[in-house]
Design a protein around this ligand. Structure first.
Ligand SMILES: CC(C)(COP(=O)(O)OP(=O)(O)OC[C@H]1O[C@@H](n2cnc3c(N)ncnc32)[C@H](O)[C@@H]1OP(=O)(O)O)[C@@H](O)C(=O)NCCC(=O)NCCS
Length: 180
C-alpha cells in the first residue's frame, strides 16, 4: 500500500512506497524537459512500444518541450518523481491527457517505469486522471492500447473503462464514460 500525504500545491502529494522510497506526485513542469529525456533513455524498447505504440530511439528536445509545456486549459499531466525540485528530479511515471477539439472528450496516455511498477502507482495516477475528467465535466476519456497490453487492459477494466473497437489493427480502445 502506498502511504499518501497531501502537499499544499494543487494535485501534489508525497507518496511513501512499501519499501519506504518517497515520490512526489505533482503537475509536470517546463523544468522537467531534460529529466524527462533522461528518464526516457532508461526505458526498455518494450515500455516505449506499449506507451507510444511504435519504436522510438529518443525523446527529442522538441518533443520534451511539447510534453512539458502544456496548454493548461486543455491539457493535463502529472508526474511521480523523486522528491526534488522539478529539473533535478528523475521522473518515474507520467499520466497525461488532452481535450479533443469538440471539448467533450480527452485522450490519455500513461507510463509507469518498470522500477516502480506493480505497486499501485498506475492505478493512483489513473484515479487522478478521472478526477480531472470530472472537474472538467468531460463526457469521456479514452486511450489506445496494444491488444497484447494485458497490464493496461486489466488496470483500466478495474477502474470502469470499457473496451471499444479501435481504428487500427492490433489496437484496443479503452474508454471511461463519466456518469456510468
Ligand atoms: C500498465 C501500467 C501503467 C501499469 O502500471 P502499474 O503501476 O504497474 O499498475 P498497478 O500497480 O496500479 O497495477 C494495476 C493492476 O494491473 C495489474 N498489472 C500490473 N502490471 C501487470 C502485468 N505486467 N501483467 C498483468 N497485470 C498487471 C496489477 O496486477 C493490478 O491488478 P490487481 O489490482 O488486480 O493486482 C505500466 O505497466 C506501464 O506503464 N506500462 C507501459 C506503458 C503502457 O502500457 N501504457 C499504457 C498505454 S498508454
Amino acid at each position: 500500500m502506498i502511504h499518501r500525504r497531501r502537499l499544499p500545491q494543487p494535485w501534489s502529494e508525497e507518496w511513501t512506497l512499501e519499501d519506504q522510497r518517497k515520490l512526489w506526485l505533482r503537475p509536470i513542469s517546463p523544468a522537467d524537459a531534460d529529466p524527462l529525456r533522461a528518464s526516457f533513455s532508461l526505458l526498455t524498447p518494450e515500455e516505449v512500444r506499449m506507451r507510444f505504440q511504435h519504436p522510438m530511439s529518443e525523446l527529442t528536445p522538441e518533443m520534451a518541450f511539447k510534453l512539458t509545456n502544456l496548454d493548461r486549459n486543455r491539457e493535463f499531466a502529472l508526474v511521480a518523481a523523486e522528491p526534488e525540485p522539478p529539473g533535478h528530479a528523475l521522473i518515474g511515471a507520467v499520466v497525461r491527457a488532452a481535450i479533443d477539439d469538440d471539448g467533450k472528450r480527452a485522450g490519455f496516455a500513461i507510463l509507469v517505469s518498470r522500477f516502480l511498477a506493480h505497486q499501485g502507482i498506475g492505478t493512483l495516477l489513473m484515479r487522478q486522471l478521472l478526477r480531472w475528467t470530472r472537474l472538467k465535466k468531460l463526457d469521456a476519456v479514452y486511450g489506445d492500447v496494444l491488444q497484447e497490453n494485458t497490464a493496461m487492459l486489466h488496470l483500466a477494466s478495474q477502474l470502469g473503462f470499457k473496451r471499444k473497437p479501435a481504428d487500427s489493427p492490433g489496437m484496443a480502445r479503452i474508454e471511461y464514460q463519466r456518469g456510468t
